[in-house]
Design a protein around this ligand. Structure first.
Ligand code: ADP
Length: 490
């Protein structure tokens, strides 16, 4: 069954461990890389072999293509899995792997290049007959042109970097007075962050849902979808909670949206796992972009389909046929993922790196925790603040919410602030429970009001759980202190 002998995982944290787990199950040795800031990271410990890739940022380390290729060659690696972020959508990296005869576990460098341009991929989707939002036909190079296009589309509009990702460089413009400054600003940010100043403009939808379709394709002509995910709960255009399936999806729309995703995959000759992202509003969906890599939230799709997506990525990259036909891919139950970030949800999600003094992760039926941390570990300030993904599965959405609430109540992380209390709050929010969500959910006034109360309640409970000596007096003091805090904030 050995598809490869050794796979280098060009990533860190939970996703590096997720990929190494798949390697271990397949009897493949995993090669880890780490920056000097990550010497004590769990993925270094988990890897069969691990090599220092460089100093912590601002030096390149996980982005150092030459060094990673050198490590791969010296360690006799036959494939590289890039994970998400870092070099995962870097066409140059994929091309280098191709040139060095190391299998890149992902689509070809050509596909990455084409779909990495939001302008080009929008065009491809349009040509494939997939709906897109009204917007500029190509990149905007001139402010006057931008103004006239925005006027034509109608405000509000959004300006995006063609090469963008992670919400960087996106600007919403509500009024013509702001367009000139916004276009210039977006171009500047795009040039410095992505080395490409091309931006484009599209209609901005005020309360859309973010719905995406997982696709999986091989070199033997099999192109399948693994249903949809809903990722509307976001902060700063970044996902915080994902679930599968989408709670409001009906059979007809599902048929249409999955077909649309497959058209995009077909038109781009897609091979390996990918995600086609859409915005959904008033019964209509619009193509947004394609992510040519494994997504953070692939977990919820794995839970509802039972398919090991990382395992399939490895199989497909080895040139073999994928293990499932479309007919064999079925949807069962409901899964939710909460991203656990070391951030303070009551302080504008400010990152809160530091030492984890107490760590106890949940378990029991239907719970999955993908984490890169452990008790006593110090989260470095240099990287993304996501430290774990907490997932719950059950046969119905209501029961999955119940399981998620139970798992959050078991999860103890002390020493750093996390988004867990916020997740507790959302899992009790009536709009969320009704499946009534959109990308501005967290900014809604009534949501904000209830969130604050629940967050404080949850912090109280965490403090209680983290109290090492749980004698009556100590617990009573913590609870009294927190009750006072809640009263003050109401
Ligand atoms: P990135 O690649 O930088 O993450 P995306 O294009 O995937 O950016 O968009 C991220 C999020 O930004 C979406 O999930 C959505 O919340 C918001 N967004 C993007 N385009 C629009 C739009 N046209 N209208 C409303 N919201 C949008």
């Amino acid at each position: 069954m050995a598809y490869f002998n050794k796979i280098l995982v060009a990533n860190r944290g939970e996703i590096a461990i997720r990929i190494m787990r798949a390697c271990r199950e397949f009897g493949i040795d995993s090669i880890g890389i780490y920056s000097s800031a990550d010497k004590n990271a769990f993925h270094v410990n988990y890897a069969d072999e691990a090599f220092l890739v460089g100093e912590a940022p601002p030096t390149k380390s996980y982005l150092n293509i030459d060094r990673i290729i050198d490590i791969a060659k010296n360690a006799d690696t036959d494939a590289i899995h890039p994970g998400y972020g870092f070099l995962s959508e870097n066409a140059e990296f994929a091309r280098r792997c191709e040139e060095e005869d190391i299998t890149f576990i992902g689509p070809s460098s050509r596909t990455i290049e084409m779909m990495g341009s939001k302008v080009a991929s929008r065009d491809l989707a349009k040509n494939a007959g997939v709906p897109i939002l009204p917007g500029t036909p190509g990149a905007v190079t001139d402010v006057d042109e931008a103004i006239s296009i925005a006027e034509h589309i109608g405000y509000p509009v959004i300006i995006k970097a063609s090469a963008g990702g992670g919400g960087i460089g996106m600007q919403v413009v509500e009024h013509p007075d702001m367009i000139e400054e916004a276009v210039n600003g977006a171009m500047r940010i795009a040039a410095s962050a992505f080395g490409d100043s091309a931006v484009f403009i599209e209609k901005y939808l005020t309360r859309p849902r973010h719905i995406e379709v997982q696709v999986l394709c091989d070199d033997h002509g099999n192109q399948t979808h693994l249903f949809e995910r809903e990722c509307s709960i976001q902060r700063r255009h970044q996902k915080l909670i994902e679930e599968a399936p989408c709670p409001i999806m009906d059979d007809v729309t599902r048929e249409k949206i999955t077909k649309a995703a497959l058209k995009v995959a077909e038109k781009s000759n897609y091979v390996n796992a990918g995600t086609v992202e859409f915005l959904y509003s008033k019964g209509k969906f619009y193509f947004m972009e394609m992510n040519t890599r494994l997504q953070v939230e692939h977990t919820v799709t794995e839970l509802i389909t039972g398919i090991d997506i990382v395992g399939e990525q490895i199989i497909v990259a080895s040139g073999k046929e994928m293990s499932y036909s479309q007919d064999e891919i079925t949807l069962r139950g409901h899964a939710i993922e909460c991203r656990v970030n070391a951030e303070d949800p009551l302080n504008n999600f400010a990152a809160d790196p530091g030492k984890i003094t107490l760590y106890r992760s949940p378990g029991g039926p239907g719970i999955r925790v993908d984490s890169g941390v452990y008790q006593g570990y110090t989260i470095p300030p240099n990287y993304d603040s996501m430290i774990a993904k907490l997932c719950a599965w059950d046969m119905s959405r209501d029961h999955a919410i119940g399981r998620m609430r139970r798992a959050i109540s078991e999860y103890v992380i002390a020493g750093v602030k996390t988004t867990l209390p916020l997740h507790h709050a959302i899992m009790h929010n009536q709009h969320y429970i009704n499946g009534d969500t959109h990308t501005h959910f967290l900014q809604e006034e009534d949501v904000q009001r209830t969130l604050k109360r629940y967050i404080l309640e949850e912090e109280a409970r965490m403090a209680h759980l983290a109290t090492p000596l749980r004698d009556g007096k100590k617990v009573a003091a913590v609870v009294a202190g927190v009750t006072a805090l809640i009263a003050k904030n109401q």
